[in-house]
Design a protein around this ligand. Structure first.
Ligand SMILES: [Zn+2]
Length: 297
């Protein structure tokens, strides 16, 4: 890399850091970041790297960055495929470049939940990932994040992968996460020293395509900060405050987080909503017909 390119990247990183401060990120923060850096318009060689650098500049050595380092799961009849991508401590994250960069950092710590591992870097990292394993629910670390006064950031994924992960924790706390016909049907292989064992999922966090519906509620409560980071639409909120809003809504109506696609398997298999399940099964013939029609197009 030339000196000029380095200087340009440095400028871009400083701009990203300034954007993050404007959004509400502060020194020593613990922050869970979800991002789609392809939405950033900033000109740098490595956008995920620049975003990560920008975050670390703002939070400093006393801050902790957390990301989702999820890995694949499969239906129980897909064991052959499951064996081809088993979970292990070094399994690549299916959740993008930034989580992968954190995993690649030798100072980061990854939790041991076989499908929904979290990765964290900073002084609170151990506390965040501790106890998150196959015996806990998928979003258990959110509890720790809230206890630590942590924040949630969405960078560039506000529309493409909407919502805060606290919604999943609310679903767990309200006993909704395992009330699905998919419970026990999905699995992954966990690599051990010389063999594999099967992890069957009981709680299924499921579809988050409808989580954008909460944005206006956060706004009404005055807990949502909107802005632009590296040219990408971004949001930030205090995790515990977001959780309180989501919990109040889901306590009244557990279906409020569902997406709008009647053929969505994840939302349609929830046993606490017979109406939605009926719509799901009624949508199946049309879905199958569309598939056949698409083949002949
Ligand atoms: Zn859905």
């Amino acid at each position: 890399m030339t000196l000029q390119a380095k200087t340009d990247d440095e400028g871009a990183i400083l701009n990203i850091a300034a954007d993050l401060v404007k959004l509400g990120l502060r020194r020593d923060d613990t922050v869970l970041v979800r991002c789609a850096t392809k939405s950033m318009t900033v000109q740098v060689a490595n956008r995920p790297g620049a975003l990560l650098d920008g975050i670390r500049r703002v939070i400093g050595p006393g801050g902790t960055i957390v990301a989702l380092a999820f890995t694949d799961d499969f239906y129980f009849w897909q064991r052959k495929r499951a064996l081809q991508s088993p979970f292990h401590a070094k399994a690549p994250a299916g959740t993008g470049a930034l989580p992968q960069m954190l995993l690649d950092n030798p100072l980061s710590i990854r939790s041991l939940h076989p499908t929904n591992s979290f990765v964290a870097l900073g002084p609170n990292a151990r506390l965040i990932v501790e106890g998150h394993n196959e015996k806990s629910t998928s979003f258990y670390p959110i509890e720790k994040l809230m206890q630590l006064g942590g924040k949630l950031a969405l960078i560039g994924c506000v529309e493409s992968s909407p919502g805060f992960s606290t919604v999943h924790r609310v679903q767990e706390d309200l006993g909704l996460a395992d009330r699905t016909l998919l419970s026990g049907l999905r699995l992954c292989a966990v690599r051990q020293e010389k063999s594999y064992r099967w992890f069957f999922r009981r709680d299924i966090p499921g579809c988050s395509a409808g989580f954008g519906k909460f944005y206006s509620e956060y706004e009404q409560e005055g807990i949502l900060s909107r802005g632009s980071v590296g040219g990408a639409l971004s949001m930030l909120a205090d995790a515990a405050a977001a959780y309180r809003v989501e919990r109040r809504i889901l306590e009244k109506d557990p279906t409020a987080a569902f997406c709008d696609d009647p053929s969505c398997t994840s939302c349609g298999m929830r046993t606490y909503s017979p109406n939605r399940m009926r719509r799901f099964f009624l949508s199946l013939p049309k879905k199958a017909a569309n598939r056949v029609a698409a083949k002949f197009r």
